[in-house]
Design a protein around this ligand. Structure first.
Ligand code: AMP
Length: 287
């Protein structure tokens, strides 16, 4: 595995492979890698000749009171995991390499229904930071295919939209959420949880999957079921940011069942913010 820090150098290296007809798959991450990230790497490995992973804790997507400075950075372990996963390139730019002095361009998704709801409502500017850094990474690497996790569902919808609307010409792959044995979605932030909080956090996915089952099997209409799930989540965790059933493309809240839906939620256990979602494909629709 070759480690590269300069955006110019990674561009040159990747272009050389593409001129030889090789397909390049790219997995952007913020490091503190776990099996969720490695599943994206595996998919990229299977579908491409060259695999690039980036590790960059992007300051512009963190709010002023968020965990940018304490975000975990286990660099040696991450490197070993990527080497073991047969990654060809680790791109790990510095903050000043990505945002040199005077940097003044941003990418904004102007459909605020996508960016200002759910996580965007509570994290103003977050998705502008994400879209900008992802666009910069794409422009440095020019991958043929990119791999994102369904775990960050709203982010994945926004990136997919940006690829389409700005003609990046990259194939977008959304991969399923990888979970711990008790169902908790793997996340770099899970390591903040104390043992007691970790146990408590296991209830979060259980409630989402309960709602999925009820939406499939119960004859009750959607709204009382959602209210029931919301009160259960409020009892189980320390704070609920949101729990909604939304359309998978527009992210608009749904009042009635439809063929494809996403149950999406964010909450706090102690000081740790957790997000999760369950994607549902219904065969039969009921109100
Ligand atoms: P992050 O390092 O948290 O920015 O995540 C980098 C990529 O890994 C994003 O596309 C995430 O959606 C994805 N990812 C994070 N956790 C998981 C998970 N548990 N399962 C699948 N993908 C994940």
């Amino acid at each position: 595995m070759k480690e590269i820090r300069s955006p110019q150098q990674i561009s040159k290296e990747i272009l050389r492979w593409q001129q030889k007809g090789k397909k390049v798959g790219f997995v952007p991450t913020m490091g503190a890698l776990h099996q969720g990230h490695l599943a994206l790497v595996q998919a990229a490995r299977k579908e491409n000749d060259i695999v690039v992973v980036s590790i960059f804790v992007n300051p512009t997507q963190f709010g002023p009171r968020e965990d940018f400075s304490k975000y975990p950075r286990p660099e040696a372990l991450d490197r070993a995991l990527l080497r073991h996963a047969k990654v060809d390139y680790l791109f790990s730019p510095s903050v000043s390499g990505m945002y040199p002095q005077g940097f003044a361009a941003e990418v904004e998704i102007t459909d605020h229904e996508l960016t200002d709801r759910l996580c965007g409502k509570l994290r103003p500017g977050h998705f502008k930071g994400v879209a900008t850094v992802v666009a910069k990474l794409f422009n440095s690497i020019h991958p043929d295919a990119v791999y994102f996790g369904a775990k960050d569902y709203q982010q994945s919808v926004i990136v997919e939209k940006m690829i389409q609307d700005l003609n990046f010409g990259i194939s977008f792959r959304r991969m399923p959420t990888v979970r711990e044995r008790d169902g908790l979605a793997m996340s770099s932030r899970n390591r903040y949880l104390s043992p007691a909080e970790r146990k408590q956090a296991g209830q979060f996915p259980r409630i989402l999957f309960w709602l999925k089952e009820q939406l499939q099997l119960s004859r009750k209409s959607m709204q009382p079921l959602c209210r029931q799930a919301l009160s259960a989540l409020r009892r189980a965790v320390d704070r609920v940011d949101y729990l909604e059933v939304v359309d998978p493309v527009s992210l608009q809240p749904l009042r009635n069942r439809q063929a494809k839906m996403v149950i999406i939620a964010a909450c706090y256990v102690g000081k740790t913010r957790l997000i999760d979602n369950v994607i549902m494909h219904f065969k039969k629709t009921r109100s």
